[in-house]
Design a protein around this ligand. Structure first.
Ligand code: MRU
Length: 352
């Protein structure tokens, strides 16, 4: 099942706001419907937004206002603007050419996710993964006394993560980076899926991912469907579980990677990266090349979407906080590149 596709002259996508209770397909024929679906996260995740943007240009009929509205529907994931721009470049050639370009982006995303899954799984199990943090638990106390973070420590080659453990890998992840965040398979969760298919996955620890619960609602749903062992973790428990030693690697996706490697991803990713560095656990960003934004030099230049107070003070329509409580709701954070062990793309592995 594809998360998003072009079917008989319209965009069809799984309405992710209805999961896990029901799996409903939306049929979208106008840009305004698509913008609404993007804003309310019926379709979400950077790669899926890239495909949505490209297919949306077909729906736009070339209307520049509609193309601009689509491009700006959400600001942080660079893939949306990228997908719109790629398809819009074909507008002078006519609708058939735009559709062909959009379908190419869809097909390339499917291939990229497969490639990332293979490359990420190879990296984690080949013994080739270099981490800036030592493998022993000693790192934690050294870091706390010296004040040094991973960036100040010498690079250490980690052995094959599987070998010393003699079992499958325990992966921690945040948000949803599976097939629902792309067309199929996804990025970071796609690596976990590949590990599972190879019989090398012990467990995925999925952060529930407040406020919209992409981890609890979507990642748990996907992992159950693929028959992969998994447990949910409250967001605040992530760094502590890393410190306690129950995780072999943290795998996250990305919404935008700046030219220096600073990475915007779902809010809570930065806390996991800090926890992983402190505990000496490899922290991998898995994202297609299309998520790298060389026009943005550092993470400081990435616009972070603010989604307003309502998502924080309520949970799926139920008020949590006293009437009148205000809230701050950045949907993403930026992880500095020095906390990232490696970035795995569909084409390469980028190390600090
Ligand atoms: O707000 P969302 O659900 O669109 O946020 C999605 C994420 O942060 C993902 O980690 C990111 O887009 C990468 S998806 C492969």
């Amino acid at each position: 099942m594809r998360t998003i596709d072009w079917v008989d002259g319209a965009v069809e996508l799984i309405d992710q706001t209805r999961l896990p209770d029901e799996c409903v397909t939306l049929r979208i024929t106008t840009v305004d419907e698509l913008v609404d679906a993007i804003r309310r996260l019926a379709v979400r995740g950077a790669p899926a937004l890239g495909v949505a943007g490209a297919l949306g240009v077909v729906l736009s009929g070339g209307d520049p206002d509609a193309v601009a509205r689509l491009r700006a529907a959400r600001p942080t994931a660079v893939n949306l603007a990228w997908g719109v721009d790629q398809a819009a470049a074909w507008l002078p050639e006519g609708r058939a050419a735009v559709l062909e370009a959009a379908l190419r982006i869809r097909d390339e995303d499917i291939a990229a996710c497969l490639a990332m899954g293979e490359r990420g799984a190879d990296l984690l199990t080949s013994g080739a993964l270099a981490s800036k943090a030592p493998t022993s638990g000693a790192f934690a106390s050294e870091a706390s006394t010296s004040g040094a973070f991973a960036s100040d420590l010498p690079a250490v080659d980690l052995p094959d993560l599987l070998a010393p453990a003699g079992r499958g890998l325990r992966i921690m992840t945040i948000c949803n980076t599976g097939g629902l965040a792309a067309v199929e398979r996804g990025t970071a969760l796609g690596v976990a899926q590949t590990l599972h298919e190879r019989g090398l996955l012990a467990e995925v620890l999925a952060l529930e991912t407040r406020p919209l619960l992409q981890g609890a609602r979507l990642t748990a749903w996907e992992l159950a469907r693929m028959g992969a062992p998994h447990r949910l973790v409250a967001d605040g428990a992530g760094p502590y579980l890393l410190a306690r030693g129950g995780v072999d690697a943290v795998l996250v996706g990305a919404d935008r990677i700046a030219a220096n490697g600073d990475t915007a991803n779902k809010i809570g990713t930065y806390a996991l990266a800090l926890g992983a560095a402190r505990a000496g656990v490899p922290f991998l960003v898995v994202a297609p090349e299309t998520t790298i934004d060389v026009a943005t030099p550092t993470g400081a230049g990435i616009e972070i979407e603010d989604r307003g107070a309502e998502e924080i003070v309520t949970l799926r329509g139920t008020r949590l906080a006293p009437e009148g409580t205000d809230a701050v709701n950045p949907a993403f954070d930026v992880t500095p590149h020095d906390l990232i062990t490696a970035i795995v793309t569909d084409k390469r592995v980028i190390r600090p």
